[in-house]
Unconditional design. Structure first.
Length: 257
């Protein structure tokens, strides 16, 4: 009597491979997401550091001119900062908020320069996104102060404490940062996909190698079920399959007696 053929749903190889795809895919996705978040934070920190250094330099260069309210000198100092292609604008205001000098790169409207009265929070940097027709940019402010005990002019009395003269604001373009981040994302996605495909290929080959003895044992049992009791299943190095093979061989030997 020919044995009934069982209904086939999916093979063990297919199920194991699907489980590996899910596990490896989630792992690669988590690692790639963590890398991109860390990379974006690092790029943001580098940009803020560059903008902060420039704002600090401009603040130190404009102390005397701001003290005597020398607007032409302040405008020259601000215009010189535009030599850096990342700088969108420079604005210098006194302690009361009155603008003493402001310059902007061609194509950047002066009306889009944010008017922050004072430095907010622990960080002097802020990402500005509300400006119309302009991509998001970084605005960094640095206070211009005369330090305690400092005499900027020979006739000036020594100041007992820090004196706030005003604020220097610098706008930094984030275009290069965005382009670099997009490039990093593309490279990261490419590497992640290649790594995922390589891992899955290795898993597939490994699973096929591990499941081959089991498939051979299934073929052996079908031959036995068809009435061939003379053959014996080969013993393999996998303990579980080897134990099952020995049991089948013993069963076939007893049936063949």
């Amino acid at each position: 009597m020919r044995p009934a053929t069982p209904a086939r749903h999916s093979s063990l190889l297919t199920r194991a491979l699907a489980a590996n795809i899910a596990l490896v895919g989630i792992s690669v996705l988590c690692v790639a997401s963590l890398f991109l978040v860390t990379q974006r934070s690092a790029m943001q920190g580098q940009l803020e550091a560059r903008a902060g250094l420039l704002a600090e330099f401009l603040a130190s260069q404009s102390e005397l001119a701001m003290l005597v309210r020398n607007r032409p000198e302040l405008e020259r100092t601000a215009a010189a900062a535009l030599s850096s292609e990342d700088v969108l604008y420079v604005r210098m205001a006194d302690a009361s908020g009155s603008v003493l000098a402001q310059v902007a790169r061609q194509g950047f409207p002066l009306s889009d320069i944010p008017a922050r009265a004072k430095i907010h929070g622990p960080s002097p940097a802020a990402i500005i996104t509300h400006a119309e027709a302009q991509a998001a940019f970084l605005d960094v402010e640095k206070e211009v102060c005369t330090h305690a005990g400092a005499q900027m002019l020979d006739w000036e009395a020594t100041k007992p404490g820090d004196s706030n003269l005003g604020v220097v604001s610098v706008g930094f373009s984030m275009a290069k940062q965005r382009a670099l981040f997009i490039r990093t994302v593309l490279i990261g996605v490419t590497v992640a996909v290649m790594a995922l495909l390589l891992i899955l290929a290795l898993h597939y080959l490994q699973l096929r190698r591990l499941l081959k003895p089991l498939n051979d044992l299934v073929a052996f049992t079908r031959k036995v079920a068809a009435g061939d009791l003379k053959q014996r299943a080969p013993i393999v190095s996998i303990d579980e399959v080897s134990d099952l093979t020995l049991a089948f061989n013993c069963m076939v030997k007893e049936l063949d007696v």
